[in-house]
Design a protein around this ligand. Structure first.
Ligand SMILES: *Cc1c(COP(=O)(O)O)cnc(C)c1O
Length: 367
């Protein structure tokens, strides 16, 4: 198989050093391994700029969605609690699907895909319905690449004293985040996004006070985040088999994040790459779907330039040149996506832009 640059929102391109960590087999009940888990938990809390007396990090096997579902089933009581779910993309909609499957009482604040949810509207909803106990929102909607105003919404949620759940899957580690204002009770992310690890587990940065109240709520054994925390809290042991290779790779990825200069530096790299990409593609007729002021540095959705455009042909051409891009996820518009996250640097984006510019020039000549 060829070594492509993945310009996708995870799994993404990882470094050689991260991949190399997976060549060693590790023992789950060995003290050294458990210490790796504990160090990761500590570092995640630090990345969230909070204190270990107030927040804890719990790691959970599975892809990101498993962890979202784990938070929902662990924190929301059936028949008693009610969650307001804010949606402007497929990942918010996935939370709604989970709420339905878990038979949680829920209401949906549905926003068009190219708009941000309004904190004022959240306030209106909470004022009108005081049976709402939880609010769930996605930070970067990876469907489009839009960045949602989680702080402004969080201020409202906090004023109403509700539990705040944030799916920051595709942004944590790539966009500076400060949880020290105490707005967020449960923040969810995973190993294979902006921390630049490989897929296999996700994590929750949870307010200890909120997590302590969740004993016995989960309608699942495997996804019980409270139980996972209780066991992990003892000495870093995972309940059930832990993804040892993935955990080791993740520890390395965290080291590399620090070496790069932390979240600030990484976020700057992503943002510069994103801007370069948007600018150069716009000059050859590929317009971004999300307005610049709402665009995240994570992933960008581009509209097809014209009717004649074939994504398949474009995709194969890019792949030939060593880049794997992503199809769009909008139903009513023809789009494709290009991710910026992972071990992707300015020279990669420049090379990609050249390939795209050539492709577009050839197509324009043919037409
Ligand atoms: C990647 C992602 C998820 C999780 O997706 P999985 O395929 O289960 O890893 C959830 N929410 C958002 C916003 C994401 O970007």
């Amino acid at each position: 198989m060829n070594n492509y640059k993945l310009l996708t929102p995870g799994p993404l391109t990882t470094t050689e050093a991260v991949k190399r960590e997976m060549l060693i087999d590790r023992c789950t009940w060995d003290d050294d391994y458990k210490q790796v888990t504990q160090t990761i938990r500590q570092q995640l809390v630090e990345l969230a700029q909070v204190d270990e007396t107030q927040y804890t990090a719990v790691l959970m096997q599975g892809s990101g969605s498993f962890v979202v579902e784990s938070v929902l089933t662990t924190t929301i009581l059936n028949d008693i609690d009610k969650v307001l779910i804010i949606t402007n993309g497929a990942y918010g909609e996935r939370i709604v699907k989970m709420a339905k499957a878990l038979q949680l009482q829920h209401v949906v604040y549905c926003v068009p895909y190219n708009e941000q949810p309004s904190p004022l509207e959240v306030q209106n909803i909470l004022e009108k319905d005081d049976s709402i106990t939880h609010v769930a929102v996605v930070h970067c909607e990876t469907t489009t690449g839009i960045l949602n105003p989680i702080d402004d919404i969080g201020a409202v949620v906090q004023a109403f004293n509700k539990t705040y759940i944030v799916d920051a899957m595709s942004s944590f580690g790539g966009v500076p985040m400060d949880l020290s204002n105490g707005q967020i009770d449960f923040l969810i992310s995973s190993a294979n996004k902006c921390i630049q690890g490989v897929p296999g587990f996700g994590f929750v940065i949870a307010k200890i006070e909120a997590l302590q109240q969740c004993e016995g709520i989960a309608k699942s054994v495997a996804l019980d985040l409270y139980d996972q925390w209780k066991v992990m809290q003892v000495d870093g042991k995972w309940r059930f088999t832990s993804p040892t290779h993935v955990v080791a790779a993740f520890a390395k990825a965290l080291e590399e994040l620090a070496e790069e200069g932390g979240v600030e530096a990484r976020s700057k790299r992503y943002a510069q790459n994103n801007q370069l990409l948007r600018e150069r593609l716009s000059h050859c007729g590929l317009k971004a779907y999300i307005a610049e002021d709402m665009q995240s540095p994570i992933i960008t959705t581009f509209l097809y330039p014209d009717e004649a455009f074939s994504f398949d042909d474009f995709y194969q051409d890019m792949k030939q040149a060593g880049f794997v891009i992503y199809p769009g996820k909008l139903t009513e518009l023809d789009t494709f996506r290009i991710g910026n996250i992972g071990d992707v640097h300015e020279e990669d984006i420049t090379a990609l832009c050249k390939v795209i510019e050539n492709y577009m020039a050839v197509k324009n000549n043919e037409n």
